[in-house]
Design a protein around this ligand. Structure first.
Ligand SMILES: [Zn+2]
Ligand SMILES: [Zn+2]
Length: 140
């Protein structure tokens, strides 16, 4: 908790209790949660937490660059505390979003064909290995 507090202060973010708890959740759950999931999991422990607070906190974290916003699905924004360049794979069967360690010069591109790049996301969709195995077994 002290480490997280120092981290937020370093980034110029006032380390309120709610912000610390949300950051802690993000650090411990690398599953790219949505606002709803974070709220659902923290609201029991923190009765004073509102969905708006979760939303605003994540917006602040994104603006400060300590959290990435993933819009792999139009209706569902997910958040990722891992801001190192990596790709994301969404399974169309189970809906999980997996981190993919992809090394590509695309992540370091600052300008492309005269356009200035601000954010770069690489999204892949398909059937994850777990679902693929499960489906394979069912068919046999
Ligand atoms: Zn799957
Ligand atoms: Zn990720």
């Amino acid at each position: 908790m002290e480490k997280l507090r120092a981290y937020l202060e370093e980034e110029g973010i006032q380390p309120s209790y709610h912000r610390l708890k949300i950051l802690e959740y993000m650090m411990n759950h690398r599953t790219h949660p949505t606002v709803d999931i974070i709220y659902k999991n923290l609201s029991n422990e923190i009765p004073t937490l509102s969905k708006t607070t979760v939303y605003n906190t994540l917006k602040l974290f994104v603006a400060k660059g300590i959290v990435q916003e993933l819009t792999i699905e139009e209706k569902e924004v997910r958040y990722d505390a891992d801001t190192k360049p990596h790709a994301h794979f969404k399974c169309i069967e189970c809906g999980n979003v997996y981190d993919i360690a992809l090394e590509s010069p695309i992540f370091d591109t600052e300008t492309i064909e005269g356009h200035k790049v601000i954010v770069c996301h690489v999204y892949l969709k398909g059937v994850c290995k777990d679902c693929f195995l499960k489906n394979g077994k069912l068919q046999q």
